[in-house]
Write a protein that binds this ligand. Structure first.
Ligand code: ATP
Ligand code: MG
Length: 333
């Protein structure tokens, strides 16, 4: 029986953080046995807003591969591949741009949001505005039907499906499948500063390779309830980053609910909940950090994994491209 196909990826803009873990990596780990899974190191997409710093993008490819291996992505089960080395993705992107309008790209809520947070104003790189078409190429080239992502990615999967429907409509048959986003309950982990999203580019992240000191410092600096001044004051749980993180990472749900009740009522200090969170994060990250250091010591092995994965992905994506060209009845020599 063929397994359903997953495609996910990460932009090569820096090492992964606990937001990636909660938003997407945890699902990818869970699904790597039951699904055929492709993980895309999205270095081409990273350039759409990092063209000024190609070195960072280049270095991040291996950094993210190390993060994958460190959290337990198994290259025997999941295929890790490099976007810039898959020409079919670029070719499909160019084609798909003809099936989407500028107005639709500008209306995409994720794009609007990211243009604002990146401070582009009117100077949006053309590649950035168009990346939803490239992401549609990524998803469809693998014929993925499931995309485990954080909540910020839902509009991109929606836009992918619009492109799929247009192409299938023009072809008069279902060449490409539609995909579904798989978003966990904590679909958007806020930054340690309380901003809506922890992000590599936002400087508000705890990375999966963070040293113990950095984890402590991040938890200490974490945004709580600014009106919860004395221990005996009632505190707010909603919008309190520490509780949001506990929701994402604390497995002892019963105790967590008790702590929330106590905090709301008054009598529970920020120090206590921060200590609990710090213990959980230290325990989560310590084994990841150790495995990452091991893999980092054998770079040649990591590059081999990427070479093999990219070769497998090349075959798959070229096959889809041929099907699209044939399905649309485009000229072929
Ligand atoms: P950048 O700031 O460069 O865009 P990023 O931190 O947003 O980086 P991406 O590579 O864009 O990371 O995202 C990769 C995956 O991780 C996506 O599925 C995204 O939804 C998910 N993700 C990223 N940040 C978070 C977060 N704070 N909470 C939940 N999921 C997240
Ligand atoms: Mg992002």
């Amino acid at each position: 029986m063929t397994k359903p196909i997953i495609l996910t990826g990460d932009r090569a803009t820096g090492p992964l953080h606990i937001g990636h873990y909660a938003g997407s990596l945890r699902n990818r780990l869970k699904l790597q046995d039951s699904h055929e899974q492709f993980l895309l190191l999205a270095d081409s997409q990273a350039l759409t807003d990092n063209a000024h710093d190609p070195g960072k993008v280049r270095r991040s490819v291996v950094e993210i591969a190390l993060d994958y291996l460190a959290v337990g992505i198994d290259p025997q089960k999941s295929t890790i591949c490099v976007q810039s080395h898959l020409p079919a993705l670029a070719e499909l992107s160019m084609l798909y741009l003809n099936y989407v309008t500028m107005a639709r790209l500008e209306r995409n809520p994720t794009i609007k949001d990211e243009i604002r947070t990146r401070g582009f104003g009117h100077d949006v790189p053309a590649g950035f505005l168009c990346y939803p078409a490239a992401q549609a190429a990524d998803i469809t080239a693998f014929k993925a039907t499931l995309v485990p992502v954080g909540a910020d990615q839902a509009p991109l999967v929606e836009q992918t499906n619009e492109i799929v429907r247009r192409i299938n409509d023009v072809a008069g048959k279902a060449i490409l499948p539609e995909a579904q986003a798989l978003i966990p309950p904590v679909g958007r982990l806020p930054g340690i500063d309380g901003k809506a999203k922890m992000s590599k580019s936002g400087g508000n992240a705890i990375t999966l390779s963070a040293e113990p000191d950095a984890i402590s410092a991040a938890v200490r600096a974490m945004y709580t309830d600014p009106n919860h001044l004395r221990v005996e004051d009632p505190g707010k749980v909603e919008g309190n980053v520490v509780f949001t993180y506990l929701d994402a990472f604390d497995k002892d749900r019963a105790t967590l609910e008790d702590l929330k009740a106590q905090y709301r009522h008054g009598g529970l200090g920020d120090m206590k909940i921060k200590r609990r969170l710090e213990d959980i994060l230290q325990a989560l990250i310590a084994p990841i950090r150790a495995r990452r250091a091991e893999f980092a010591g054998d770079r040649a092995h990591v590059l081999d994994i990427l070479r093999q994965g990219t070769a497998t992905a090349r075959e798959r994506t070229e096959a889809t491209k041929r099907e699209v060209v044939e399905g649309l009845g485009l000229f072929q020599l």
